[in-house]
Design a protein around this ligand. Structure first.
Ligand code: ACO
Length: 697
């Protein structure tokens, strides 16, 4: 079951607050602690509060602090976009949302409002937030002032947009549909959306759409002369009091607002009398224009009455005032309990609550986004702090990554190298790094050096390693670092920024050895593609695996994938899909797939399969229509190192994808290799995944 739901729209005034209120009310019937989060709010906290957040928190008494309930203000978000800081903005949104997710059983996330200047960025941003928070979406679109055809095509367009970005939509709500259109809209959309998405058509409701006198007062910037107690009066229409009284009385409709110049005392009295008369409709209030206050006898009369409808006085002329009033959009505010309750009851009547509940209960997220993945990595690493050794202590990138890792308190670190040289480098690079928080060991001077030499000798003497060779090897930082891990003096090792892969991983292959039941050490990359993370294996270790080894690599990669929160759907890649091609290489992949199926019937695996059929839903459906992997593979197993290594580099270079790894799998203790072209971020990420691996030892 999901722990959140995202209410999204693509236009202003779609009525998503009704959906939010109805949803929170429904969820409170099932679970106690509901959180509310809005990634982008429209108002600056110094000016006022976001009305939707305020209303929901106050009405349901959610106990959430206003400051915690939003990510960015709209202007902050636009600023971040202009600076191309989308990445860090998303990280902040995830962090703030996760804080709420941790404290509450379920969180309702409300997308942005699309009100005001520059709304162009909002659609993309909402999509991206929903995806990154792995929340299923309820799409809300408006039917107000639209033809049936426009309503239907508008709703379908929005749905298509979300689908095309692989955001899962569980419900489509079309709001504010005129009563006579409701059935046609329902019929047409039911025919068009046949994938089980919940569909709700909410008829237009005058009482919700109409502003209150309070909203009119707040929008006009006028002065309230009298009638404060009745500010909640609903205004369904307005009439301009420019005619004579009998004609004027003929124009009154229920809940009417009268707009008239302030010197028309006759209109004021006529309006009050009409309001008291059983033969005339209810009058909601009066707005007096043109800067004329009522004359003193009229004011005296008003003040002597028990209850009076609100009378507002403004400086603007009648025409300008009526235009302003016509443009006022009603909002559901915390003090308007009647409207809140009405919104909830409309939601309950119009939405199939059982079907929606089922969708929420059965929803499982289809993938994990790069932002979420990186957020999770740091969080997992912090759960149980591990000690990692970095043998290349003098490399600048290693030192920069060390500063970040130490300051973020994700791991504890030992660097191998000369303490004085490292201190000088830290100073030269201007790094904020308190050296007392890390250990620095010079292998040849280490108190453990003799012990390590003897251990290596014992472990490798039958491989023609003598004492002299062992002494020599133990001055090599890769051997020393690996021995620290072997001995339990460190929990894991990350190296390879300066040394080759062979140099880095050979010691681990020689004496850390493989886990019981595993014969081959292999590797995976976590490929952070634009909107999902895929696992690529093996792109770094085994040049030409046999079918048996390939099967083992697939099984290990699936385990790594699962360990890091990605549901494994394994594609055994080849230049052939299904039975389309032949050849020795295809046969190897076919055989490997069979072995995986035999050994692990619980795993979802497809092979041989081509890359496009593995990841593209349309091609996948075409080439292997009955496959549960084709089109949605998450673990991609390459037939050999030539293909794997070049593909990961091609994807990385051509798409800008972040490649986290290679992470070695199958070793008794975690040792990981960096590429010599690695960046500080690569080192940071590899140390973190090594620390997470070490938590399982
Ligand atoms: N799994 C388990 N054990 C292994 C593996 C393996 N995949 N490969 C080798 N071993 C063991 C051997 O059994 C042997 O053990 P033993 O000495 O106790 O008998 C020991 O490791 C050394 O084996 P060698 O055959 O001598 O292998 P070598 O050390 O020469 O090379 C290596 C192993 C480094 C993995 C080699 O296969 C290799 O070079 N692979 C390619 C690495 C590479 O260049 N990758 C691309 C760049 S990485 C990047 O782009 C990120």
């Amino acid at each position: 079951m999901t722990k959140s739901i995202f209410i999204a729209t693509t236009e202003p005034y779609s009525g998503k607050s009704l959906v939010a209120l109805g949803l929170v009310n429904m969820l409170l019937g099932k679970t106690k602690r509901i959180g509310y989060f809005k990634p982008i709010i429209n108002v600056d906290p110094l000016d006022s509060k976001d009305v939707h957040i305020e209303t929901t928190i106050a009405y349901f008494n959610l106990g959430i602090r206003y400051e915690d309930s939003y990510g960015f203000t709209r202007s902050q978000a636009m600023g971040e976009m202009e600076q191309e800081n989308q990445g860090s903005m998303m990280n902040t949104i995830i962090r703030k949302y996760k804080k709420i997710e941790e404290e509450y059983d379920f969180t309702v996330i409300e997308g942005s409002d699309f009100v005001g200047e520059g709304t162009a960025f909002e659609f993309e941003l909402n999509l991206s937030v929903a995806k990154n928070l792995a929340a299923p979406v309820i799409v809300v679109s408006s039917g107000a002032n639209r033809s049936t055809a426009d309503i239907v095509s508008g709703a379908l367009n929005v749905l298509r947009n979300f689908h095309s970005r692989e955001v899962q939509v569980i419900a489509v709500v079309v709001n504010k549909v005129r009563a006579e259109q409701v059935e046609d809209v329902r019929q047409l959309l039911t025919n068009a959306i046949d994938d089980g998405t919940v569909l709700a058509i909410i008829p237009e409701n005058k009482s919700l759409a109409s502003p209150s006198m309070k909203e009119i007062f707040e929008n006009l910037n006028g002065e309230l002369l009298i009638g404060e107690q009745q500010l909640n009066n609903q205004v369904d229409n307005f009439v301009i009091g420019a005619m004579n009284v009998p004609n004027f009385l003929n124009h009154l409709k229920d809940n009417v607002l009268i707009i008239t110049p302030g010197d028309r005392g006759d209109m004021i009295i006529a309006a009050l009398q009409a309001n008291s008369s059983a033969n005339y409709p209810k009058v909601a209030g009066i707005v007096l224009t043109a800067g004329y206050q009522p004359e003193e006898p009229i004011m005296r009369l008003l003040k002597g009455l028990d209850t009076v409808i609100p009378i507002i006085f403004v400086q603007t002329g009648t025409f300008e005032t009526s235009q302003k009033i016509g443009a006022i959009k009603s909002r559901i505010t915390p003090d308007n309990t009647k409207k809140i309750q009405l919104a909830i009851s409309i939601f309950e009547k119009s939405v199939d609550l059982h079907a929606l509940d089922q969708k929420i209960v059965t929803f499982t997220s289809e993938g994990i986004t790069p932002h979420m993945f990186q957020y999770q990595l740091t969080k997992w690493a912090k759960k149980k702090i591990k000690h990692i050794v970095l043998p290349e202590g003098n490399d600048e990138r290693i030192l920069k990554a060390t500063a970040r890792l130490v300051n973020e308190e994700v791991v504890t670190l030992t660097l191998l190298g000369d303490a004085k040289e490292i201190a000088l480098s830290v100073k030269r690079l201007g790094l904020i790094l308190d050296l007392s928080r890390i250990r620095i060991i010079n292998p040849a001077h280490s108190e453990h050096y003799e012990d390590y030499v003897n251990t290596l000798y014992e472990l490798r003497k039958n491989k023609r390693v003598n004492q002299e060779m062992a002494r020599d090897l133990m001055t090599d930082v890769s051997y020393f670092g690996t021995m620290m891990v072997y001995k339990g003096h460190a929990d894991g090792m990350v190296s390879g920024a300066v040394h080759t892969t062979q140099h880095t991983i050979r010691p681990a292959l020689q004496f850390v050895k493989t886990k019981p039941g595993i014969t081959v050490v292999s590797s995976v990359f976590f490929m952070c593609l634009p909107d999902r993370v895929s696992v690529f294996g093996d792109c770094a270790v085994n040049p030409n695996p046999t079918a048996e080894q390939l099967a083992e690599i697939a099984i290990s990669s699936a385990a790594s994938s699962e360990r890091f929160g990605i549901e494994p759907r394994i594609a055994m890649l080849s230049y052939s899909s299904g039975s389309s091609g032949e050849g020795e290489d295809v046969e190897k992949v076919r055989k490997a797939t069979e072995i995986v199926k035999q050994k692990r019937p619980d795993l979802k695996v497809e092979g041989p399969i081509q890359y496009d059929a593995a990841v593209d839903p349309t091609v996948g459906k075409q080439k292997l229509p009955n496959s549960e992997v084709a089109g949605q593979a998450s673990v991609l197993i390459f037939p050999d190192l030539n293909t794997g290594n070049n593909t990961y580099k091609a994807v990385q270079r051509e798409t800008g994808a972040l490649a986290i790894g290679p992470m070695l799998q199958g070793l008794n203790k975690p040792v990981n290799d960096l590429s010599r072209g690695c960046t500080v971020d690569d080192i940071f990420n590899t140390v973190i995944i090594t620390a997470i691996q070490a938590q399982d030892e």
